[in-house]
Write a protein that binds this ligand. Structure first.
Ligand SMILES: [Zn+2]
Ligand SMILES: [Zn+2]
Length: 162
């Protein structure tokens, strides 16, 4: 048992890295994500130029700030207040920063940008807006409030685990 504990602490102290496709934006990540979510909303589709967004959600303090000038931030339709950042060089999504008085500060990183294998998907949200059916046994939530509620529940449930 003592051995297992040491291993877990060692993993926790590992620095993980995420990078955009071109390598211009690199992020140091000091803890595992709270959860992984696939979002089918129209803003995520437009931002990612993809059928959905597959993102890892972290506490903001666990993800380093990108080097100044490497990321272009833009606030898409608020609320919620999400600053969506794309690489200044390749234009691909790099990091999203979420701040709300009701939530802990969060940082979201595309799952594909993680250099390690990401954990399994925890939920699909805004599934009613999907382009294609997804055949997996992951919980699926549709509609604005149900999707926000599912996201919020994951934030608070996983936060208590730590
Ligand atoms: Zn890039
Ligand atoms: Zn979305």
């Amino acid at each position: 048992m003592a051995g297992a504990k040491v291993t877990r602490m060692a993993n926790h102290n590992d620095v993980h890295r995420a990078a955009c496709g071109c390598g211009n934006v690199t992020l140091d990540i000091s803890a595992p994500p709270l959860f992984r979510v696939v979002c089918h909303c129209s803003i995520c589709k437009a931002f990612n130029n993809a059928p959905f967004a597959d993102i890892l959600v972290y506490r903001a303090g666990d993800v380093s700030n990108p080097e100044p000038g490497t990321v272009d931030f833009k606030a898409w339709r608020p609320p919620p207040n999400v600053q969506r950042g794309t690489c200044a060089r390749c234009g691909k999504p790099a990091i999203e920063q979420f701040r709300s008085p009701l939530f802990p500060d969060l940082a979201m990183v595309p799952s594909a940008n993680l250099e390690d294998e990401p954990p399994a998907v925890d939920a699909h949200i805004f599934y009613g807006s999907r382009i294609e059916d997804i055949n997996d046994d992951v919980p699926k939530h549709s509609g604005y409030w149900r999707s926000q509620w599912a996201f919020g529940k994951l934030v608070f449930a996983r936060r208590r685990d730590r």
